[in-house]
Design a protein around this ligand. Structure first.
Ligand code: SAJ
Length: 419
């Protein structure tokens, strides 16, 4: 079995490293976060993903996965580091470049380097350049001392990562045919889905396209929700009815689009080809506007209330996870705090500490029962399963602003607002 070095032990890297280790590969995982490395080597994890704790414990105990802060020689290097954007929505490739430079001293002829991070078109070719400019003895041609470089974008859905890592179809694009072939051979060793071959540039754009497709479709749902709010129509009922058409499948509106992928990746297309991407750009703007719409709605509703006290249900960017990255719920709570400093009751059952940006604003976490009891406005921001179990009688005489459409069952005492 080959030795694998995975750079980046976050939401993608750690599950990938663990799955590979569980399939019998010897895996050396690398992260700059010393605390995460120490935790992993104790068989524990620093992120939440269902069943990942059990898997990491197992592969660390049987010594198939070892974490460290520096790479080691391996046959295959997998880069799974973040690719955020900068202030101006330009892609920030700092982490990819750092990860590449970190493995350079260890790369030998015959090695395979795989970029899994979602990246702008052309990044895999840049990795080849960065490696070759530091290693005079390596090539990417058909020569004796060649190395292989490919892009295989991760496509897993947080909350279902361990299953999707194995079952999803994968797109593989090498910088040349030999790189593609070698990478396909590797993924076929642990993926049960189809392993599809293309060029590195097409693989990069395919991943950006998938997330842009979702962003555009969520923007459509969010635009509908604002249209419905103005026209006095229940958007959830509307979408449900429209989706009965055999060729209509509208997604769900929400408080905005969060996470490190869908709210980020479309910008990589817009940045590269602004004149050709007005639809993708507009969708981004609609989804980014939605949190402000929700804040304005809440402010409008509180005008007639003597002492508004708002229970904010959920902070994560989507249901049943602890991930707050780019979360519209956090943005909404932050914005509301400028008006309702003392009167926001924050509920997020998946975390036990508020992010510093909210802690600095003197906010505290409450349990859901207490928050609902103390509040007169209930603002649903995340559709966590536990919120669906909220006793409807506890909402009597309160205003419910439901951005996720989960507290909709008919009870006449609840004044419902759907945004
Ligand atoms: N959302 C809605 N309405 C919907 C669906 C989602 O408002 O109908 C919101 C969510 O609440 C969340 C955001 O969109 O704030 C993104 O959530 P998501 O579940 O759509 O996607 P992510 O970011 O968790 O994962 C996506 C997935 N991509 C696609 O479904 C095309 C996943 O497969 C990718 O691997 C992942 O991005 C990634 O890493 O790129």
């Amino acid at each position: 079995m080959k030795k694998i070095c995975v750079i980046g032990l976050g939401y993608i890297g750690l599950p990938t490293a663990s799955v590979l280790a569980s399939k019998g590969f010897q895996v050396h995982g690398v992260d700059v976060n010393k605390q995460a490395v120490e935790l992993i080597n104790k068989g524990k994890i620093h992120i939440y993903e269902p069943d990942l704790d059990t898997l990491v414990k197992e592969v660390v105990e049987n010594k198939k996965l070892v974490a460290a802060t520096v790479p080691e020689e391996a046959d295959i290097y997998i880069l799974a580091v973040p690719t955020p954007f900068k202030e101006n929505h330009k892609p920030d490739l700092t982490y990819v470049k750092q990860a590449t430079k970190a493995i350079v001293p260890y790369i030998k002829p015959g090695n395979l380097v795989i970029l899994e991070s979602t990246s702008p078109v052309g990044t895999t070719e840049k990795i080849a350049e960065w490696i070759l400019e530091e290693c005079n003895d390596l090539t990417v041609g058909n020569e004796e001392n060649r190395i292989y470089i490919s892009h295989c974008p991760e496509r897993v859905l947080p909350g279902h990562i361990l299953r999707e890592l194995v079952e999803n179809d994968r797109i593989i694009g090498g910088i040349d045919k030999e790189s593609t072939d070698k990478t396909v051979e590797f993924y076929k060793m642990f993926v049960t889905g189809k392993v599809l071959q293309t060029s590195s540039r097409t693989a990069e754009l395919a991943k950006l396209t998938e997330n842009s497709f979702r962003d555009v479709n969520i923007a459509f749902a969010n635009e509908l929700s604002m249209i419905c709010d103005t026209l006095g129509v229940n958007v959830w009922e509307l979408i449900d009815l429209a989706n009965h058409h055999p060729r209509v499948n509208i997604l769900q509106p929400g408080p905005g689009v969060g996470g490190h992928c869908i709210a980020v990746d479309p910008w990589f297309i817009v940045d590269a080809v602004p004149n050709q991407s007005p639809l993708i750009h507009t969708a981004r703007k609609i989804n980014d506007f939605k949190p402000h719409y929700v804040v304005n709605k809440v402010k409008e509703l509180t005008k007639n209330i003597d002492k508004p006290r708002i229970a904010c249900l959920g902070l994560s960017f989507k249901a049943n996870i602890d991930d707050l990255r780019e979360s519209p719920a956090v943005e909404i709570v932050k914005e509301l705090s400028y008006t309702f400093t003392e009167d926001l009751y924050i509920v997020e059952p998946h975390i036990n500490k508020l992010p510093s940006v909210l802690e600095e604003l003197n906010m505290h976490l409450l349990n859901v029962e207490q928050a609902i009891k103390d509040a007169n406005i209930i603002l649903v921001l995340v559709d966590h399963d536990c919120f669906k179990l909220i006793e409807k009688s506890s909402l009597a005489n309160k205003i419910v602003v439901d951005t996720r459409g989960i507290l909709l069952q008919e009870t006449n005492e609840i004044e419902k607002v759907l945004v």
